[in-house]
Design a binder for this molecule. Structure first.
Ligand SMILES: [Fe+2]
Ligand SMILES: [Fe+2]
Length: 198
């Protein structure tokens, strides 16, 4: 069992990764650059996965620790909010735009890729429900044993999923999508979050 960490340990793990790991002051990309926003979300998702693993490493430690409760709350908020929006961004905007960009030819490879990625979204969302119940217990201060196998599967699947999107999906989108289409995608992403234009 790993000893409980200080509050700052979790605070760092919850910070935007660019700031937390490198000290970079690089600005968060705006919706006029939707592919960059999606890539930035990937970094944040992986940071949330790291927090999950840290929380699980506490085993049956006393969950009254305020920092652990806050971290659990933030992970729940992320995957129920931004994480869900991210899947919708891809499935409702990016994937259809990619298929449309291949109109006139047979986009079989793109269809296979987006179908596979969409299936993985559903699997990860299902797995998330188990993890969410565990995190809600931590948040409530209950002594709940971590579902270690599910946590490992969830994190591993997210890592592999994101690696494939970074290596195949986003480069393909950057190659195929015209700027007007990217603008449309970015606008849809902004509206999905109910955010004002900046
Ligand atoms: Fe995805
Ligand atoms: Fe993604």
């Amino acid at each position: 069992m790993v000893a409980l960490q200080s509050a700052s340990y979790y605070v760092v793990s919850m910070m935007p990764p660019k700031t937390a790991t490198s000290g970079s002051s690089a600005p968060v990309p705006g919706f006029d650059a939707p592919l960059e926003v999606l890539a930035d979300c990937h970094v944040r998702m992986l940071a949330q996965c790291s927090t999950l693993q840290r929380l699980a490493a506490h085993g049956a430690a006393p969950w009254a620790d305020e920092a652990a409760q806050t971290a659990a709350h933030n992970v729940i908020r992320y995957f129920d909010g931004s994480g869900r929006y991210h899947h919708q961004d891809e499935e409702q905007d990016l994937f259809p735009a990619l298929i449309e960009s291949m109109a006139g030819s047979d986009p079989v490879c793109i269809r296979q890729l987006v179908d596979s990625l969409t299936r993985e979204h559903r699997e990860m969302e299902l797995r998330w429900q188990t993890l969410k119940a565990w995190l809600a217990g931590i948040e409530a201060g209950d002594a709940v044993a971590p579902p270690q196998d599910e946590i490992d599967l969830f994190v591993d699947q997210y890592q592999r999923h994101i690696a494939r999107e970074e290596q195949e999906l986003l480069p393909m989108a950057a190659r195929l999508l015209e700027s007007s289409v990217l603008s449309r995608i970015g606008e849809a992403m902004r509206q999905r979050r109910g955010m004002r234009p900046r």
